[in-house]
Write a protein that binds this ligand. Structure first.
Ligand SMILES: [Zn+2]
Length: 302
């Protein structure tokens, strides 16, 4: 079964599987949806299935599948945005058009993926339009995009749209548990916001996340001195402090108690000050003191 190793988006799997099985492959598709949900993995798997020489798509045994797996398939090409300008220029589309005019070598079709297609310049899009209007009969083009409004209507109207949705929290939790750490917390799941790509980055960050959860724990249950003694990570993380503070906000939000919700405002205030280059250590001092006061004042009152 194709796509079986990709999490979520069952509807998209169904549509693409059906197309592969019935050999009813259209000339152009748009894979649309927020970034990080696996659109590119889907597109590559779909391409491999289209190009496979066996009845059973993605057999992993035929010449086509072998060449695809080693990134050597002559009938497959991926167009990416340029490193420096972060867009796709008309020259890249022209190059693709030259290539697409040549008949396939191994397979019956040729597949072209345009990643971040919404970063094509208007000239590039107009140029691509010619191919979408009159594609060679063996050509399949898959556009991947997250911002629909950046694509010309004339492009969109010529492509079959396949929608991709955020991965459910339950699936994200399972993914982290099976691939990264058994100690998955609801806060880690929230941090991913439905993105598998973000979930993958947790492997490098789980210790940092655990330290931050401990700080909030100390704020709730210990005195201020102990809070300071356990907050070293904040003082050491000047380069990515905004990311740490975002995670603290998720912890605070998931506590679902008023005194913690109030602390989010304090964190936002410190984030702003740090962007304005306030004294770093003093800002962190202030953050810890104000959060501790907020939580423990309310605690005493209650
Ligand atoms: Zn194959």
């Amino acid at each position: 079964m194709i796509f079986e190793n990709i999490i979520g988006n069952e509807k998209a799997k169904e549509i693409l599987n059906k197309a592969l099985k019935s050999k009813n492959i259209l000339h152009s598709y748009i894979f649309m949806g927020i970034s990080g949900v696996g659109k590119k993995m889907f597109a590559r798997e779909f391409a491999k299935g289209i190009l496979c020489l066996n009845e059973n798509s993605c057999c992993n045994k035929c010449k086509s599948c072998m060449e695809f797996n080693t990134d050597n398939h002559p009938d497959f090409m991926e167009i990416n945005q340029l490193e420096d300008t972060k867009n796709i220029k008309i020259e890249q589309i022209r190059f693709m058009q030259e290539k697409i005019a040549e008949k396939p070598i191994i397979s019956n079709k040729k597949v072209y993926i345009i990643d971040n297609a919404d970063t094509m310049t208007v000239e590039a899009q107009n140029c691509l339009l010619k191919t979408l209007e009159e594609p060679p009969e063996y050509a399949v083009i898959v556009l991947i995009a997250s911002n629909e409004s950046k694509l010309l209507n004339t492009i969109k109207s010529r492509c079959m749209k396949v929608s991709f949705e955020a991965i459910s929290d339950e699936n994200i939790r399972k993914y982290i548990e099976e691939n990264i750490t058994k100690d998955v917390t609801p806060n880690m799941v929230s941090m991913c916001g439905g993105s598998i790509e973000k979930a993958k980055t947790i492997a490098d960050k789980k210790e940092m996340y655990a330290s931050l959860e401990e700080i909030i724990e100390k704020i709730e249950k210990s005195d201020l001195i102990e809070v300071f003694n356990n907050s070293e990570i904040l003082y050491k993380s000047k380069d990515n402090i905004q990311e740490l503070l975002d995670y603290i906000n998720i912890i605070l939000y998931n506590k679902k108690k008023l005194e913690f919700i109030n602390c989010i405002q304090i964190v936002e205030d410190v984030k702003r000050r740090l962007l304005q280059n306030s004294n770093y250590d003093m800002s962190i001092d202030g953050l810890l003191i104000r959060m501790w006061e907020e939580v423990n004042e309310k605690y005493n009152r209650g």
